[in-house]
Design a protein. Structure first.
Ligand code: RTP
Ligand code: MG
Length: 155
């Protein structure tokens, strides 16, 4: 068992409903101890959104999600921090912005989201999806994962 800190990477997106607040959200990200390794603005096509969210292709909200995510530019960021995936998911809060306002009033979705779809931000939900999503937008991470017992097994 390693005693080292496991600096993990995750993918964050500032969605079309919140890009006007991108600077404020980036401030929160940095004040919360994340490093922004890579960042780009991009306007996704409906086809690219469908591919990115393919795990939801059978859901009733899929067409509307694709229309929303391709409606305007987004900001995508590769973030690094110890336990970045769960740390970022905790900071963004419940998927439904109304629930986030009740349950986690300090969360990003509570502050900047509108409803269950227009919820301001995205976060990878596992190491596997983080790898896939970082590759989707950036080709590859600019840093090699720090080897720990777990990481050595995964990579
Ligand atoms: P995300 O992937 O964007 O970080 O969000 P999440 O894990 O919290 O939620 P997920 O279940 O993966 O849903 C992906 C995105 O689809 C939209 N959504 N709309 N009932 C609805 O209208 C509905 N449910 C989900 C949201 O934009 C959600 O973030
Ligand atoms: Mg998700």
């Amino acid at each position: 068992m390693s005693n080292g800190i496991y600096v993990q990477r995750t993918l964050a997106i500032i969605k079309p409903d919140a890009v006007q607040k991108a600077e404020e959200i980036e401030d929160i990200i940095l004040r919360s101890g994340f490093t922004i390794l890579q960042k780009r603005w991009i306007h996704l096509s409906p086809e690219q959104c469908s591919e990115f969210y393919s795990e939801h292709s059978s859901k009733i909200f899929f067409p509307s999600l694709v229309a929303f995510m391709s409606s305007d530019p987004i900001v995508v960021m590769e973030l690094a921090k110890e336990n970045a995936i769960s740390s970022w998911r905790n900071l963004i809060g419940n998927t439904n912005s109304h629930k986030a306002r009740n349950l986690e009033p300090e969360s990003i979705r509570a502050k900047y989201g509108r409803d269950e779809q227009r919820n301001a931000v995205h976060g990878s939900d596992s190491e596997m999806s983080a790898e896939r999503e970082i590759r989707f937008f950036f080709g590859r991470s600019i840093v090699e994962p720090i080897p720990t017992d777990q990481a050595a097994k995964d990579y």
